[in-house]
Write a protein of this length. Sequence first.
Length: 108
Amino acid sequence: MVFAVLMIVGGLLGGLVAGNKGRHVLGWTLACGVMPLFVLVLFALPTLPRPGISRVCPHCLRIIPWQASICAYCRQPVGEPVGAPCVYCGSTVWDHEQFCPKCGKPKA
């Protein structure tokens, strides 16, 4: 009974932390539910940048807002993110993406 409660709490906590760190929520929920100590591993992992929301500063390697032109940590200019419109739907496809995030077609 105690182990079942520990599995449920570990799974929910793992999913919550994974979502906040930009990790795969379902995978980490299942992993932390089976082995609740994986929550400690998840806390140790760095946060991933989310395309369109945040990106990595090329100078200090910290996560900054997507549209920032100057890093808030090292005060260095980082430039604007580069993207092109999708030829199929017109949505913006950023340089680091291979497929359009809206329609899923490959970048031309």
